[in-house]
Design a protein around this ligand. Structure first.
Ligand SMILES: [Zn+2]
Ligand SMILES: [Zn+2]
Length: 363
């Protein structure tokens, strides 16, 4: 497996390992990097080689999220490890549920984010393709575009418009991978402030908040949802309307190589049903419970990790005829799960799918 380059590595910190020792170690590492960047010192912490200004800026940018992401740089790229779980309440508010849940993603080792440190404009923009991510929010969560896997946009299957997203504009895809389909509105206030940076697109350009630094609405956005002004260089903006984040790539981009890849755990059918998710919480033993209302009944499912790739799911009062399991089952990530799922069973009497277009866009 390819490892992260260790030119300058900030500590891997899983959310469960945020002891004060670890926090102070991160702080000293950040200080070390900042000092070394400002003085040109070639030694940054335990790393070797030079610390670029671009990389030092990244460390400052990601500082509020270092419990959730691990970042590193070499001369050309920023590398990010994450679990793609939101650092905020997830799933609650969804009214058209595709029956997937947020599991921690193993975006580490050879399967990491990779962004150009010095993005460059392409001769012509590159279309987003509806497959996987277009950007990564600073908290390490994927951002998808609002199309399905075919890359074709239609309002009647825009996840944002048909109730598939939670209050933070996120939901879970086919690999039980949590991601946003619109602006990541639950980031820290400083990032959502006027002109704040909220995400990095796969081409390395920043995505800024809904307004410019002076508080005005961004003017003259191009087809990619970006523009260039003042000393900010080219950047994308969040918008309240399509494409929400970016409509195409302004820069030279390696769509496949810039993003980590997912492997499904459960074979869901991706079909959204008219279920309202009312709560999701983690118990002391690490098990997560998701509560929802469907066909006027309160139901729930819970899961707990056995290891990085295997999870035990337990279903309480599951509806029949949908993609849910029953009782308890342990399933694991497997390449065998990437086959197209079977057609969904017919819904039971009284139930109806929210849309007759399967959610095929989420890997
Ligand atoms: Zn702007
Ligand atoms: Zn999705």
């Amino acid at each position: 497996m390819r490892r992260l380059p260790i030119l300058m590595l900030l500590l891997a910190l899983v959310a469960s390992a945020c002891s004060s020792d670890a926090e102070s170690e991160i702080q000293s590492s950040v200080d070390s990097v900042e000092n070394s960047a400002s003085t040109g010192d070639a030694e940054a912490g335990s790393s070797t080689g030079t610390t670029s200004t671009e990389c030092a800026d990244m460390i400052v940018l990601f500082e509020p999220y270092l419990e959730h992401v691990t970042i590193a740089c070499d001369d050309d790229f920023l590398y990010v490890e994450s679990d793609s779980l939101g650092d905020h309440e997830m799933m609650v508010g969804i009214t058209a549920w595709n029956q997937q849940v947020p599991l921690p993603q193993p975006f580490s080792d050879g399967n990491v984010w990779r962004f150009p440190l010095e993005p460059s404009a392409a001769d012509t923009p590159t279309a987003t393709n509806g497959q996987g991510s277009v950007a990564m929010a600073l908290n390490g969560v994927s951002i998808f575009d609002p199309t399905r896997q075919d890359g074709v946009y239609a309002t009647e299957r825009d996840p944002y418009l048909i109730g598939e997203l939670d209050a933070c504009a996120g939901h879970s895809g086919r690999a039980d991978d949590y991601h946003y389909h619109a602006g990541p509105v639950c980031l820290e206030a400083e990032n959502l402030a006027d002109g704040g940076i909220v995400a990095i697109a796969l081409d390395g350009y920043f995505v800024r908040s809904f307004t410019d630094p002076d508080g005005s609405a961004p003017a003259d956005l191009d087809a990619c949802n970006g523009h260039s002004h003042d000393d900010l260089g080219y950047h994308y903006h969040l918008t309240e309307t399509v494409p929400y984040v970016l409509g195409c790539y302004h820069g030279v981009v390696d769509i496949d190589g810039a993003q980590p890849h997912t492997t499904p755990v459960r074979r869901g059918n991706g079909q959204p049903i008219a279920a309202e998710i009312t709560a999701m919480y983690t118990d002391d033993d690490g098990s997560v419970t998701l509560e929802y209302t469907y066909l006027d009944e309160q139901r729930s499912m819970s899961w707990i990790a056995i290891d990085e790739n295997c999870f035990t799911f337990t279903y309480l009062n599951p509806p029949t005829g949908e993609a849910f399991g029953t009782g308890s089952e342990t399933v694991c990530r497997s390449a065998d799960n990437v086959d197209a799922p079977p057609d969904p069973p017919a819904p039971p009497n009284g139930a109806h799918a929210v849309t007759d277009v399967p959610d095929t866009g989420d890997e």
